[in-house]
Ligand binder design. Structure first.
Ligand code: NAD
Length: 342
């Protein structure tokens, strides 16, 4: 049986610690803010260094979901779950007991797959809980890629680039999102350079789209209009900004979560004249897809409309950033807060 412990954390509505030694489960679910609706955010499984690290991650990620969902115009709050363990060793009892933990919250938390968790794992959760929208919505990565593509078009409008043909983009990471994005860019006539640690994935992008490749470190020095990080977070720091700037990069627009190593770097990008599409504004395609699951069934039209909305949202952020002399991240935060703090 699961043991539940409520943790009191300032600024969070509810943080739950879950333990089930028989199933090998040690997990946390954080509901940051549910003023707009049930907390929506994925479940991550990671081999954390400590209990504190797992809690820190669930708090940081659930708060980011509040901002992402609010900015995307969704009637969902922000939440996240973390499981402490090696995702290669997960078992059915562990997944079922985590499903029970989601059900324990009676729909105030709605989950999906995240790092270390797959669509197949969600099917096991589903034996114990109904609160898994991705079961009907399907893989969120193509929707995320479409949102990034729409966002890149808005970036071009802001930069005064009228035509995507001739645009050059450096894509870091050719995984689920990066691969689909490369296809959309190449079909629009863009010149794409890509890197990936995983040579098989990179080779597939070369074979299917004829993309040019560079080494994982060289991507920061690739002369392009736009740098599109679609791998890991934390890759924008003082040193990489310097290199991107020297390579003539005009904008950063990609899917990776938490791209900035520190929040203040949004100001540094602005000072260097590099337009930054805030990650939580441009990469909302996945949650938009999940939010398409309504009581009346899956609403494809609503999803398409909201994906198209990512471009106009970014335009509003860029325009306000220019007018108010604030970083795009600050403006995006204020816009999200205006919704969920109202
Ligand atoms: P993925 O695991 O399918 O792909 C990531 C790719 O990045 C892998 O091929 C990996 O080998 C590569 N990679 C890792 N480190 C690298 C490095 N230093 N240089 C180059 N390549 C590197 O993940 P994904 O689903 O494509 O997601 C990509 C990013 O977008 C992640 O940060 C994820 O959190 C974020 N994101 C994804 C979605 C989604 O719907 N999948 C939604 C929102 C945000």
């Amino acid at each position: 049986m699961n043991a539940y412990r409520e943790l009191k954390v300032d600024g969070y509505e509810r943080v739950l610690e879950i333990e089930n030694p028989a199933a090998g489960l040690r997990a946390w679910i954080a509901l940051h803010n549910t003023r707009l609706g049930p907390a929506l955010g994925g479940c991550r499984m990671w081999n954390y260094a400590s209990r504190e690290a797992a809690i820190e991650d669930v708090l940081r990620l659930s708060k980011a979901m509040t901002y992402k969902n609010a900015l995307a115009g969704l009637d969902f709050g922000g939440g996240k779950a973390t499981i402490w363990g090696d995702s290669r060793q997960k078992t059915e009892p562990l997944l079922e007991t985590m499903g029970e933990a989601v059900e324990y919250l009676h729909g105030t938390y709605v989950t999906a797959e995240d790092v270390g968790m797959s669509f197949e794992d969600m099917k096991v959760f589903r034996r114990k809980t109904r609160h898994i929208p991705s079961i009907n919505a399907g893989d969120p990565a193509p929707a995320t890629a479409r949102g990034i593509f729409n966002g890149i078009q808005a970036v071009c409008r802001q930069l005064g680039i009228r035509d995507l043909s001739g645009l050059s983009v450096a894509v870091q990471g050719t995984g689920s999102v990066g691969y689909v994005l490369i296809g959309l860019l190449m079909k629009s006539g863009c010149r794409v350079t890509a890197s990936d640690l995983n040579q098989d994935r990179l080779k597939k992008a070369v074979k299917d789209y004829g993309v040019t490749t560079v080494g994982v470190d060289e991507i920061y020095d690739t002369a392009c209009d736009i740098f599109s990080p679609c791998a890991l977070g934390g890759i924008i720091n003082a040193a990489t900004i310097e290199r991107l700037s020297r390579a003539g990069i005009k904008a950063v627009a990609g899917s990776a979560n938490n791209q900035l190593a520190e929040d203040g770097l949004a100001d540094v990008l602005r000072e260097r004249g590099i337009l930054y599409a805030p990650d939580f504004a441009i990469n909302a395609g996945g949650v938009i897809l999940l939010a398409g699951e309504t009581p009346a069934g899956f609403d494809r039209e609503l999803v398409d409309k909201r994906l198209e909305g990512i471009g106009p949202t970014l335009m509003r952020i860029f325009e306000a950033s220019e007018k108010e002399h604030k970083s795009t991240v600050r403006i995006a935060n204020e816009m999200a807060e205006a919704r969920f703090k109202r």
